[in-house]
Design a protein around this ligand. Structure first.
Ligand code: HEM
Length: 449
């Protein structure tokens, strides 16, 4: 058979290999994007020696809408979340939703899903608003607000208080510190000292979580924790003690780090794009006026341009840049075989910058999502900030409501300004060799009223 008609899948060794130059290691999205443009939707990279015990000798990268559809939807049964996420988190967390596969995952998700319906979101919004008012009360008096740290505290408070019913604020702060102590681990992965640290700090966090769960206020109708408790206490239930505590951990973790990143970026982008900020503010004022000043789900729905600014920050800077997976069997994709057991990285962030998918992809341009352009609809699985398919982020609406409510409040009360010499003129600079999230992002909040 000649080469043209030979459709035999190419073996692993034929998958294009990328080598990341030292000077580009601080801007991974840029080189992964270049690799995807030059090599196509699949390529592989040798794992650095110190990470081999975690990820195996090779990692395969998949990039682009077709890869997203394949992994998130049509061929999802071939990919293990457990093998991907457990390695990614370095074994820090107890068993949890992110680690589960197949029917077991579906059974656990079914118990949690009712806690994310619009009726529940509406009650969370009240708590979110309270936290926003409390946290931003003195921002107008400060010379600068370090927005990344402020968003870290704000988003942790929101998920702990609104979704899990933890209180009072001092206890939530102590939980946050215990979480940080667990994740701040300077020991090399896999060494005995690493596991000792994880075991000790996790036991400490779990003790505090158990105490917070025991003393929290019960709500009516039953909230997420009450649903999980009922299932755990039911002999026919699926949630045991290990999963119960792991679900709480991962809701706190996935529910704050991601939202913190997106809220940070969108604030920085609006501060450095004053025309977009003004447009969003005008929309917020109109929506609030039409709803007697009340911040409800209805009010937030009347702010589509603000929603597009948030979506655009999520496209440019997806907090989950990679969806990690393990190949459950030999998998053929785009003519290549990915062997069983390979660590696969579906790279969401690189897809978001493909010029074949998004026009002028490095520009902050919220209107790309507005009719008639609607670039995200033109190519299915192009915009995957929250993943896709049946395992799309369970907290997607929660996060969208939270960030929108935060911005609506801040835009109503303050003009948001960059600080000369401290805030990068454009917080998004894809040409910057150090494209990582700024350690700090100071902004000024000038009172409007
Ligand atoms: C801007 C905010 C957020 C972003 C960008 C985000 C992104 C994502 C993505 C991409 C996934 C899919 C991962 C995969 O396919 O492997 C995911 C899953 C998940 N997210 Fe989020 N997330 C956000 C906020 C939240 C919030 C607020 C919560 C909880 C309240 C949450 C809880 C979860 C959980 C539990 C999963 C696993 C779902 C499952 O496997 O069934 N996330 N998220």
């Amino acid at each position: 058979m000649d080469d043209y008609h030979d459709t035999t899948p190419h073996p692993f060794d034929a998958i294009p290999e990328i080598v990341v130059p030292q000077e580009e290691r601080r801007n991974p999205v840029a080189y992964l994007l270049r690799a995807a443009i030059e090599a196509g939707p699949i390529f592989r990279r040798k794992t650095p020696t110190r990470q081999v015990s975690r990820y195996g000798p090779w990692q395969v990268y998949l990039v682009g809408p077709e890869a997203n559809r394949f992994v998130l939807h049509t061929h999802r049964h071939l990919f293990s979340h457990r093998q991907g996420w457990k390695a990614f988190f370095g074994g820090v967390w107890n068993e949890n939703l992110l680690y589960l596969d197949g029917a077991e995952h579906a059974a656990h998700r079914k118990i949690m899903a009712p806690a994310f319906t619009p009726a529940c979101l509406s009650s969370y919004l009240d708590v979110m608003h309270r936290v926003i008012v409390r946290r931003a009360a003195d921002w107008g008096e400060r010379d600068a607000v370090e927005i990344r740290a402020a968003m870290r505290d704000f988003t942790f408070d929101v998920v702990a208080e609104a979704l899990l019913g933890f209180a009072p604020p001092e206890r939530v702060r102590a939980l946050h510190e215990a979480r940080n102590a667990l994740c701040r681990n300077h020991n090399a992965y896999g060494k005995a000292a690493y596991w000792r640290h994880v075991a000790a700090q996790r036991a400490h966090l779990n003790e505090m979580l158990t105490a917070a769960i025991a003393t929290r206020q019960q709500r009516n109708p039953p909230d997420l924790l009450a649903r999980m408790e009922a299932d755990r206490d039911d002999p026919a239930g699926v949630i045991d003690d290990e999963h119960f505590i792991g679900h709480v951990q991962v809701l706190l973790e996935a529910g704050h780090k991601t939202t913190m990143d997106t809220a940070t970026w969108v604030l920085g982008l609006l501060a450095t794009h004053p025309a977009e900020q003004e447009r969003a503010r005008a929309e917020v004022e109109t929506a609030l006026a039409a709803h007697n000043g009340a911040l409800t789900l209805e009010t937030l729905k009347a702010m589509p341009a603000l929603g597009r600014a948030i979506d655009e920050a999520g496209r440019l800077r997806p907090p989950v840049d990679t969806a990690p997976r393990g190949a459950l069997e030999d998998i053929t994709f785009a003519g290549y075989v990915i062997p069983k057991g390979t660590f696969v990285r579906l790279h969401l962030a690189a897809t978001h910058r493909l010029p074949t998918v998004f026009a002028d992809p490095t520009r902050f341009d919220p209107d790309r999502f507005a009719p008639p352009r609607e670039e995200q609809r033109r190519t299915p699985y192009a915009l995957v900030t929250f993943g896709g398919g049946p395992r799309i982020c369970i907290g997607m609406q929660f996060a969208q409501v939270e960030i929108k409510a935060l911005l609506a409040h801040l835009l109503h009360y303050f003009i948001i300004e960059p600080i000369s010499g401290q805030t990068p003129p454009n917080v998004y600079d894809p040409a910057d060799p150090d494209d990582s999230l700024p350690k700090g992002l100071p902004l000024r909040f000038v009172k409007r009223r």
